[in-house]
Design a binder for this molecule. Structure first.
Ligand SMILES: [Zn+2]
Length: 139
């Protein structure tokens, strides 16, 4: 979003904008799209980045408003949280790869048995093998 928002965010030009939920918030009107200043955006709206942090996505909905900061030099779309959807689940291929990776982390480098816990990466051996080795050193 390199383009500068061609809208004056002067306080004198701010207007009360009626929101989708019937509430009102102070912002600016930009060709019919509400513009809110950073920190002044009404509750119930989130940027794509904020949605992602919540494991949500816009769900195919158009942005509702614009969030502007640094006098409109920086801006981002705002989406309605009530229309947002959970992010797409991991595909089977991704899950399979994850499972494989976890299995590798649980497999002992010495006896090759899969354990119920993750093998310490520094050692690479399961507890049984470490214990057995310690025992033989001690004996
Ligand atoms: Zn082992």
């Amino acid at each position: 979003m390199a383009a500068q928002l061609g809208v004056s965010l002067h306080p004198a030009r701010s207007v009360w904008i009626e929101l989708w939920n019937g509430k009102h918030a102070l912002g600016w009107d930009y060709h019919g799209t509400p513009v809110f200043r950073f920190g002044w955006a009404p509750a119930g709206l989130a940027t794509r980045r904020q949605l992602r942090a919540m494991h949500m996505c816009p769900g195919g909905h158009e942005p509702y408003a614009v969030l502007a900061w640094r006098k409109g030099k920086r801006w981002a779309w705002l989406y309605r949280l009530d229309l947002a959807k959970p992010s797409r689940r991991a595909t089977p291929a991704v899950l399979n790869a994850l499972d494989k990776a976890m299995r590798a982390r649980r497999t002992c480098g010495q006896c090759r048995r899969e354990q119920t816990y993750c093998i310490p990466t520094a050692d690479g051996r399961c507890n049984d093998c470490i214990d057995a080795a310690n025992y033989s050193y001690a004996a």
